[in-house]
Design a protein around this ligand. Structure first.
Ligand SMILES: Nc1ncnc2c1ncn2[C@@H]1O[C@H](COP(=O)(O)OP(=O)(O)OP(=O)(O)O)[C@@H](O)[C@H]1O
Length: 777
């Protein structure tokens, strides 16, 4: 251990840890220390915190990078701190400074435990930096490998007190230092989170109170002006008492409300509590405790309304009418509206965006003559969003269900629970569990919102839920819903929907009439085929709106046809790409289902130079889930096992292989890409291209059997949209073809297969001269 003799520079209001570059102001003793170092021809100095009652036992050795003056004039030095050092006994040295013997601390090789702690700590620090949006520093911190160095970056942390930093300096053991830091940083993060939340809440409630106050003052002035009320009249406790007594409330509710009025009468006029009670009373008085609309009588009419609002969707409409029928029959017989689990307390409309889930919900309300309210659930993570905050909480509000009923103004509206698949959960509770209670016929006649703290009867509400995917819906919730799927539209259907529904609606919005603008079917077909690639009609509707706005600004009458399309909405955005993509060996077109509906997924394989490494030589990229990664392994194992039979030169199999599924930002999973991966691999290794007009889907087993998959209709719709004309499907999916529109089956030839060799035999182009040369080269 090398001992050094260095003059000491004591610091009062800042603690330096190893690895910092810091300018410091030199007071007299500090200047003396710097002078002493220079007198002895040293470039270094020992920096230690000044303590009240003892000398510090540790300091840092610091290089004197620069000694000079601050711009303002005072003497200053720029220090670059190096190792931590134990301070030994005093020694003699030149100048007026204290000289000591110092022994640098050497960190032992980090243990596994220390590495683990360092990794944990790094995560916390990165979280803090993210909070402070210090993106550049995140990279720097991420690049630090050495646990001790990482721990000492805490010297920069503004949230650690000087005392804590001293403790860090005096803790040479890395494990201990990291343990302290993890605790402190964790605490800091937790506090920061809470205080963010609190300041947000406080700000909101203050703003709200101020606004309410202003409005109330104005109201008071207006009433006074009108001579309706004495200046003090509105919102006075007496006024509330009268309103509660006059309102049509269930007994229990009236009693509770009168209790609050009592409290209000006792509280002072300006007290915050008075404000909360008023807000609560207003909410209670606005709720439709006894208001219901009469349902329109006949189901035949219901069907007629659904037909008037939506093209096609026969099966969906039938299911809805059936459901309404059962519901109303049970009601007539005085049975609870729906019995038990799985009997469908709620309809769930599932399908890609823009297929009309929301507007079907609206139609149902119209058909029944009920009010309609939509509750957006996407991104809801806080249970209180559903069930309300307790009134003790600053800025408390009722939950979304109660607000929906208030908005509807009746106790029996149609409530559309939009995007139930996007309900999350975290430490703030589980909104899905609260939803379960809302939807459960056995419980929902006494639904209790935390804010209201009164039983609200939801049993007459007709809930309709929507979702894009089913996988993310908690099973308990899914179990209670009657699933109705809407898979998407064919091109012909889109043309019909556009012609009969979207065009008239958008013309009206653009304030032009059908006499002034003509839209040809060809133009609609072109829009559906080459300007959009969606399962629904949302983008199509947007494009029509855009076109009509432009038309409305020009000379009328006008025609929207193939010729004028480019001027109105620009050039087509989607042209068939399969031919381009599959122009080289190793690329095959698969069919997949995502939250957006069916889609064509290109799978690319390439072989890399070099030898196969220990991991089997397979690299997989494209954000694939575990099941999809396993499919890739299976595909490769199958190809290796059957190489000779497939006409593959065993030598090329020794190269490492890379499989990629583009659109890398979209996470993908599921086994149904098995046949596509196998085909891409065989294409690569034999040098035979995959035919551009072919798409495929199916799970593959190690022996090459093709196993059934889901989403047949959505996948075939996607194949047709992308211009594929031949699709390979698992034999066992044959029954699913019944659901596929005839128009799609006319456009796409379906081959049902049970062994992947059947696909390989027909989907690959015949070997050209020099086949295999590409792979072997
Ligand atoms: N079959 C149809 N007939 C007539 N109009 C339709 C049909 N399907 C969809 N539309 C229209 O398409 C538009 C988009 O539908 P909507 O907003 O209901 O989609 P969605 O399925 O609810 O989508 P998201 O999942 O994004 O909420 C609406 O204007 C709707 O009226």
């Amino acid at each position: 251990m090398t001992l050094k003799r260095l003059p000491v520079l004591f610091l009062d209001d800042v603690v330096l840890l190893p690895g910092m570059v810091v300018p410091i102001e030199l007071d007299e003793p500090a200047q003396a220390a710097v002078d002493a170092a220079r007198a002895a021809d040293l470039e270094e100095i020992l920096v230690a915190p000044r303590l009240d009652n003892r000398y510090a036992s540790y300091g840092v050795v610091a290089a004197l990078e620069k000694v000079g003056k601050f711009r303002g004039g005072g003497p200053a030095a720029l220090l670059r701190t190096g190792e931590r050092a134990r301070i030994g006994s005093g020694v003699t040295g030149p100048g007026a400074a204290l000289w000591v013997e110092v022994e640098p601390v050497e960190d032992p090789e980090p243990t596994a435990r220390v590495r683990e702690l360092a990794a944990d700590y790094k995560k916390l620090v990165v979280a803090v930096l993210q909070k402070r949006e210090a993106w550049q520093i995140i990279d720097t911190v991420n690049a630090i490998d050495d646990p001790s160095t990482l721990a000492d970056t805490a010297g920069w942390a503004p949230y650690l007190s000087i005392d804590r930093k001293r403790e860090l300096l005096e803790t040479p053991d890395v494990e201990q230092r990291l343990t302290l830091l993890i605790e402190w940083t964790g605490d800091y993060l937790a506090e920061a989170e809470v205080s963010d939340k609190i300041s947000e809440d406080v700000r909101e409630s203050v703003e709200k109170r101020n606004r309410e106050y202003l409005l109330r003052e104005q109201l008071r002035a207006i009433r006074k002006e009108l001579g309706e009320e004495d200046a003090d009249g509105t919102g006075s406790p007496g006024d509330y008492r009268a309103r509660v007594e006059a309102a049509d409330l269930p007994d229990a509710v009236r009693e509770a409300a009168l209790r609050e009025v009592d409290k209000l009468e006792r509280s002072s006029d300006q007290s915050p509590e008075g404000g909360w009670i008023r807000t609560w009373l207003d909410t209670v008085l606005e709720l439709p405790w006894n208001t219901r609309t009469q349902d329109a009588a006949s189901l035949v009419d219901a069907r007629a309304v659904l037909d008037a609002d939506h093209h096609g969707l026969d099966e969906v409409k039938e299911r809805i009418v059936e459901y309404l029928g059962v519901r109303s029959r049970r009601e007539e017989r005085g049975l609870s509206v729906v019995g038990g689990r799985g009997s469908g307390a709620v309809i769930l409309l599932a399908g890609p965006p823009g297929v009309g889930k929301t507007s079907l919900g609206e139609s149902v309300a119209r058909a029944l003559g009920r009010r309609f309210v939509r509750v957006a659930l996407g991104g809801v993570r806080d249970e209180a969003e559903i069930r309300g905050h307790r009134r003790t909480y600053v800025g408390a509000l009722p939950g979304r269900i109660v607000r929906a009923i208030k908005e509807a103004g009746t106790l029996n509206p149609v409530v559309l629970l939009d995007e139930v698949d996007k309900v999350g959960s975290d430490f703030r509770g589980d909104p899905a569990a609260a939803l379960l209670e809302v939807l459960d016929p056995a419980q929902n006649h006494t639904f209790r919102d935390h804010y209201l703290e009164l039983d609200l009867d939801l049993s007459d509400v007709l809930f309709i839920a929507t979702a894009n995917v089913l996988e993310t819906i908690p099973p308990a919730l899914l179990d209670r819903m009657e699933l109705v799927t809407i898979d998407g539209y064919t091109e012909e259907e889109k043309v019909a929907i556009a012609r009969d529904f979207l065009v008239p609606r958008q013309l009206e919005r653009a304030a032009v009439t059908a006499d002034e603008v003509t839209v040809t079917d060809e133009a609609l077909r072109e829009l559906a085929a080459n300007y959009t690639r969606e399962a629904g009609v949302r983008v199509l509707e947007r494009l029509l709106a855009k076109a009509f706005r432009k038309v409305a600004l020009g000379d009328l009458p006008a025609v929207v046809d193939l010729d004028s399309l480019k001027d109105l909405v620009g050039r087509p955005r989607f042209t068939p790409e399969s031919r381009e993509r599959t122009a080289v060996p190793g690329v095959a077109s698969g069919l997949a289902v995502t939250g957006m509906g069916g889609d064509v997924l290109y799978i690319e394989a390439s072989s890399l130079p070099g030898d196969r490494s220990s991991d089997g030589g397979l690299t997989i990229t494209g954000q694939l889930g575990d099941v999809m990664k396993e499919s890739a392994q299976i595909a490769l194992s199958y190809v290796r096992a059957h190489a000779t039979e497939l006409g593959i030169d065993p030598a090329v199999l020794d190269r490492p292989i890379h499989l990629h599924v583009p659109a890398g930002a979209v996470p993908k999973d599921g086994p149904s890409a098995g046949v596509t991966m196998t085909t891409a691999l065989v294409s690569l290794l034999t040098g035979r291209n995959v035919r551009a007009e072919v798409g495929m889907t199916g799970e593959v087993s190690l022996t090459g059997r093709v196993l059934p998959i889901g989403g047949v209709k959505q996948k075939l719709l996607a194949a047709q949209r992308a211009g594929l004309t031949e699709v390979f499907l698992p034999q066992r999916n044959e029954p699913d073809l019944d659901d596929v529109p005839a128009e799609v089956l006319e456009a796409v030839t379906v081959h049902l297969v049970s062994d992947v060799r059947e696909i390989l035999g027909r989907a690959l182009e015949v070997a050209r001269n020099g086949a295999g040369a590409h792979a072997a080269a």
